[in-house]
Ligand binder design. Structure first.
Ligand code: ASP
Length: 290
């Protein structure tokens, strides 16, 4: 029997105003099937997770990449991270302006620099030198995802992410976000902070979505792995426990987590969480609400 492969994606757990999410679910289903096909062909968890997140950045349906919303000054400052569990390498960018794919930038930081996180102007300078695709058309951001939320909804937010397990048993997590609507210039959420919004090791890969400030203060993504390591919890129990701790601080949101055996947990305590997964047995889940 070949080694199990599995993956899960999320399209954010922010306030969902449109009950009809058929466009998003159809998109996520096609994406996750493509991801499974990649893994079946022997693609790495890293390549697969980055491809899934890029697919969601490009769609404009989620608050990440093309669907990102501007900050209070009208600027688009985006955050992303990637972590390769087998090697424990990680890369991230925050408050990045002017580049099409923040997750590609995060991967480039991981692979081409001795650093883990580059911010703002320095991140943009690096991306330019690395030859990453720039945003040339100001209409690139058309914010259908953001405008589907009420402007008055303080700190409405959204994110995309993927966790993947490849045939060599390697786990990877990738996350990308426009952050929270009307955020202050320079605000950075949990997404690009390794251990808060994104984590992968040999045990589990985790990508979070929700009010980032609370995820930072609960170190949610790394906490899932710690609960598995120190308390011997299953991925389900660890994910639920980490999320409950964050909820006790007053936040909301959800996460996707995938262990080295291909078991998937996708808990959320928000109204909904756009999510799709194909487990090690090939079972497909695509859901928004409970
Ligand atoms: N966690 C993201 C942030 O705070 C937003 C979200 O996931 O909805 O930047």
């Amino acid at each position: 029997m070949s080694a199990p492969v599995a993956l899960a994606i999320h399209g954010g757990a922010g306030p969902i105003r449109n009950a009809d999410q058929s466009r998003e679910t159809a998109h996520m289903e096609a994406l996750v099937k493509g991801g499974r096909a990649m893994l079946d062909r022997g693609a790495s968890a890293l390549d697969t997770a980055v491809a899934m997140v890029q697919g969601m950045e490009e769609a404009g349906y989620y608050i990440a990449g093309k669907g990102a919303a501007p900050n209070r000054d009208g600027d688009y400052e985006l955050d992303a991270a990637v972590m390769d569990g087998a090697s424990r390498r990680a890369g991230a960018v925050c408050a990045l302006q002017g580049f099409v794919s923040p997750v590609a930038a995060a991967r480039a930081v991981m692979e081409q620099t001795p650093h883990v996180l580059l911010a703002g102007a320095g991140a943009a300078k690096f991306c330019a030198a690395a030859g990453l695709e720039r945003v040339t058309d100001p209409a690139h951001y058309y914010t259908p995802a953001a405008t589907s939320m009420a402007a008055s909804e303080a700190l409405a937010h959204g994110t995309v992410g993927c966790v993947a397990l490849d045939a060599q048993g390697r786990l990877c997590a990738a996350t990308s976000t426009g952050g929270v609507l009307n955020k202050m210039p320079g605000r950075v959420g949990d997404t690009p902070l390794i251990g808060a919004g994104t984590w992968a090791d040999e045990r589990v890969a985790v990508s979070c979505t929700g009010q980032g400030e609370f995820f930072i203060r609960a170190a949610v993504a790394a906490d899932v792995s710690a609960r598995m390591a120190y308390a011997g919890m299953s991925v389900d129990a660890a994910a639920a426990g980490a999320l409950a701790d964050m909820q006790r601080q007053g936040g909301d949101g959800g996460l996707i987590a995938l262990d080295a055996q291909g078991r998937i947990a996708m808990p959320f305590i928000s109204q909904g969480m756009r999510r799709a997964a194909i487990d090690a047995h090939g079972n497909i889940t695509v859901r928004v609400f409970r």
